[in-house]
Design a protein around this ligand. Structure first.
Ligand code: IZC
Ligand code: ZN
Length: 417
């Protein structure tokens, strides 16, 4: 068989090829294939077999995996990719003990990024988004969800969504767009958040007509949007034909996890302070819990999401960086895999499900991303690691050696010596 690329001498391959998300116990069951090779043609995987049988492949390019780990490209299911400016001066406030929600209340935090995003040109936002995407791709991520939410007005929200669309034309990584117009209450609407939500809802027809977002998300939190407002907003979005997501129970336990299940959200994100009742409902539902432990870490919280209880109850979990300029400033999902191991006590088997197949299902890409299978897109990472246990274990650095997106090598670790 003629192929464009053959990857041979794969020590461990994680195909992650399954129907539907892995829930509860199923997150522990990892298929590991040893001593295999992969053939890629026209961007897709066309052959997976024993490394001893590669004589049937005629390859234009051979990449030797040198006995290392090979996995699907990572799927990043929750980022605030497009924004102007940065918030490094808030780090000193955090060190003085000023809380995240207090900074927001004083007009900083999200609102300071909103001001910087309004000021930035579309070209500048695009350039910056592409830079962050490059960095994600270097770290082995081949599919990325991207939220708006730093405009809080029609013009700037549209500008952000258009940047995602243009970034998709310029960057090989697959993007999935989410409208998060309901991310904070702009100052002029402080006394009338419902009118603001109506203004955001009024954008949905145009967003749909221009195909600018698949998902609608809301920040359900103290001082932002309450449960009643969130319910009304998400129901209205669903009626328009959008699937919905929720920033739920991130800081205060308002019942966002329960609401995610009630409205049939594709994912409930954060769930840091979800209650027993929320966890039980999540486990019994099709909603995927997207856990963002980098946020607990970065905000200096003692509390982490109860991932163990969630998995033990039967929930399907994904994990994510939450990449954003305020509460989790990193593109490195591998670092988050380590934090998930150390702070959420997730096993390596669970973590690999959480960054591949389950993450793909959390953003509606379960049929095409997060797996290595014949007939599917070749989104593949060759790691500088002997086995799958190694990535969460060796923390804070980039382990990817070769990143392949749709059959093309998009990153190769440089050799310094
Ligand atoms: O810019 O602070 N939590 N939204 C909700 C964020 C964090 C992003 C930010
Ligand atoms: Zn977020």
């Amino acid at each position: 068989m003629q192929v464009d690329v053959m990857i041979n001498h794969i020590g461990q391959l994680l195909p992650m090829n399954r129907k539907g998300p892995a829930k509860g116990e199923a997150m522990k069951q990892l298929e590991v294939r040893e001593n295999v090779a992969i053939g890629i043609k026209d961007g897709d995987v066309v052959w997976i077999g024993s490394n001893a049988d590669t004589s049937e492949l005629v390859a234009a390019r051979v990449i030797n995996a040198r006995g290392a780990l090979v996995t699907p490209g990572l799927v990043e299911p929750h980022t605030h990719l497009v924004f102007g400016g940065s918030r490094e001066q808030e780090l000193a406030l955090k060190q003085q003990g000023v809380e995240y929600l207090e900074i927001l209340k004083q007009g900083g935090g999200i609102l300071s990024t909103v001001r910087a995003t309004k000021e930035a040109s579309k070209e500048a936002l695009l350039e910056k988004a592409l830079f962050h995407l490059d960095r994600m791709a270097m770290h082995g991520i081949t599919t990325v969800e991207a939220k708006s939410g730093y405009g809080l007005d029609r013009e700037t929200e549209m500008k952000q969504l258009q940047v995602v669309k243009e970034a998709q034309e310029k960057h090989p990584v697959d993007l999935v767009s989410t409208f998060l117009g309901a991310h904070a209450i702009p100052p002029q609407y402080q006394d009338n958040p419902d009118a603001f939500l109506d203004e955001m809802l009024a954008m949905l027809d145009d967003i749909q007509a221009e195909n600018l977002a698949e998902f609608v998300d809301i920040f359900t939190e103290t001082g932002v949007f309450d449960i009643e407002q969130s319910r009304r907003y998400l129901r209205a979005a669903k009626e328009k034909g959008f699937q919905v997501k929720i920033h739920a129970d991130e800081i205060d336990p308002l019942g966002g996890t329960e609401l995610a299940v009630e409205v049939g959200a594709i994912s409930g994100d954060h769930l840091m302070v979800a209650t027993d009742e929320g966890i039980a409902k999540l486990a019994a539902s099709d909603t995927i819990g997207v856990i963002l432990p980098g946020t607990s870490f970065y905000l200096g919280k003692e509390t982490y999401a109860r991932a163990r209880d969630m998995i033990d109850a039967g929930a399907a979990l994904a994990i994510s960086t939450d990449f954003n300029p305020g509460s989790s400033v990193t593109e490195n999902l591998q670092l988050i895999m380590s934090i998930a191991a150390l702070k959420l006590k997730m096993s390596a088997e669970e973590i690999w499900h959480a960054v591949t197949v389950n993450a793909a299902h959390a953003i509606g890409r379960g049929e095409e991303a997060g797996m290595i299978a014949v007939g599917k897109k070749a989104d593949i990472v060759i790691w500088d690691a002997p086995n799958y246990l190694y990535i969460p274990y060796h923390y804070g650095v980039n382990h990817s050696r070769v990143v392949i997106k749709h059959g093309k090598v998009i990153y190769e670790r440089p050799e310094i010596r």
